[in-house]
Design a protein around this ligand. Sequence first.
Ligand SMILES: [Zn+2]
Length: 282
Amino acid sequence: MIIIEPHIHMLSRTTDDYTAMYNAGIRCVVEPSFWQGSNRRHAGTFFDYFRLSLEFEHTRAERYGIDHWSCISVNPKEAEDLALARETLAGMAPYLDHPRCVAVGEIGFNLITPNEEEVFQAQLEMAKAHALPVLIHTPHDTPRVSKKKGTERILDILREFAYDPGLIIVDHNTEDTMPLTRKTDYWAGLTVYPYSKLNPRRVVDILRQWGLERVLVNSSADWGVSDPCSLAKTATFMGEQGFTQPQIQQIMHDNPLAFYSQTPKFNPRLDLPYIDPATYQR
Ligand SMILES: [Zn+2]
């Protein structure tokens, strides 16, 4: 089974992770832009991060037999500093036009504030201007924020935004938000995490209820507790639960390939050799 991981933050992961992912069948990954753990203070810090993702990480991944692609954005968590976000967006076009940038993302809401909304809307327009797919982060449930409310607000904004719904994925759905997302023609993302978010059992139940069309499953692994091989575990669990091999392949390979192939830039190599780390020079 060849797995395409449609949402993972490899800049935060180790070479051991790459080896484990290769051994688990993962041959291609897409890395959305993400919060690094402390807020950036300069537009240049964003630009260097974009370059690192687009130009360094794919050469690192390649040694482990994995083809790496990027999505570029100011993430929702850092949209609150409006002056910095505007300055970053003003210089973001060359990174969106980079041959390895295959979507705008992740964008959306963190605390669902007016500033976040401005930065979200501006980046939707940039996606349209650059004819790119869009990856949308729905907020986490916290004492202050409701994922369901955030998802409703995102869908309201998207309704006003005239763009092919097939180019948009609304990510990190749960049992609560799938009924909202499935009323639309957008893609729906499901994130498998070891503790928070969904586990393979919940993903399987959601897939049984809502079907396999326009669904992407991802690990969203980052610098927190997360599992870069969770897709392989989900594939195994789907098999144990009676999904057929073509169905598992649809979720793990065909759907992510179809979504990102909507930009002609995405042309993944799924047959890269794994190079024994002992044999290559730094
Ligand atoms: Zn993410």
